[in-house]
Design a protein around this ligand. Sequence first.
Ligand code: SAM
Length: 340
Amino acid sequence: MRFEGSLADARRANLELRTAVRVLWRQARFQAADTDALYAGAGTIDWSRFLAPEGSLRVDAQASESALEHTLFVEQRVKDAIVDQLRARHGRRPTVDKDAPDLPVHVHLFRDRCTISVDTSGDSLHLRGWRTFQGRAPLAETLAAGLVLASGWDRRAPLLDPFCGSGTILIEAALLASGTAPGLFRKRFAFERWPGHEAARWKAECDAARARIKKPAKLTLLGFDADRGAIAGARENAAAAGVEELVRFEQGRVEAFAPKRGWNASIVTNPPYGERIGDEGDLVKLHAGLGALLRDAGRGYRVTLLSGNPRLVRALGLEPVRSFELKNGGLDCHVSFFEP
Ligand SMILES: C[S@@+](CC[C@H](N)C(=O)[O-])C[C@H]1O[C@@H](n2cnc3c(N)ncnc32)[C@H](O)[C@@H]1O
């Protein structure tokens, strides 16, 4: 997604966007069919706004259908342009830090058109800061928030996750329902390390976001999982996100799950889809059982389900009203919507 705005808008996007992975701020766009043009173009940006001479940087490049396709070389030349500009100005030069740079820079080349952006986020925004317990296959927080948003949940009706694992979906739902900005738990965003960072304004912006939190008095967010350790971990995570009083986690197998008849509720979940061959027989039974439970529960349930195995989704025996594909951790997955 693209939008125009000020640095304050970029800060706010980092704080409030629930599904964005990072917020890049475009600084220059120019033709670069050779390295001289690349170096000159990168040199038109005033880098001292983002980086002190004693700071550190990392450049990441992507290139396609371009004369400069060797991304390592592209990264090197842009790094040279940045370092040379700061050395000429200050007599000292920043260092390269691949792991935790003060300034991550993104270079994108497509058909020789070069776009250079500074990464205002740093670490991926799915790292909200509330997760203390990982679990076996936790969903990215950004994807969990996306599923809740895509489900059409009205933020008031009961929301259930019968395979809740570390609790990601329900915790993100609680943050959404309480208007909690998802970035409030992060230790740091990249822009906080830039020279001239307006720390007092940023603190005021975070305080204002905190003041906007409004926890609903009546909300049913309910998670089950067969794994006792996952339930304990999910409770820990909910406490770290400050929503423990909004979410209830209970240990239980889905086979014993008794959806209330005729309840107007949403189920948003990602059931196990089995990485190992041999798991599949049991998982087919599990899905068939869940489908039967939902049919018995009658109208009123809206189900949003993320799965990496279409055979298991078919085993539910329910006809999706719609579905779409996405990649999750490099794996082809489907999000399917049911109204049994
Ligand atoms: C893909 S994980 C869900 C991950 C979760 N969305 C998260 O973010 O942590 C599937 C979960 O289903 C649970 N599970 C497997 N079989 C189950 C069953 N029969 N009843 C309930 N939970 C089950 C597993 O313990 C696991 O935590």
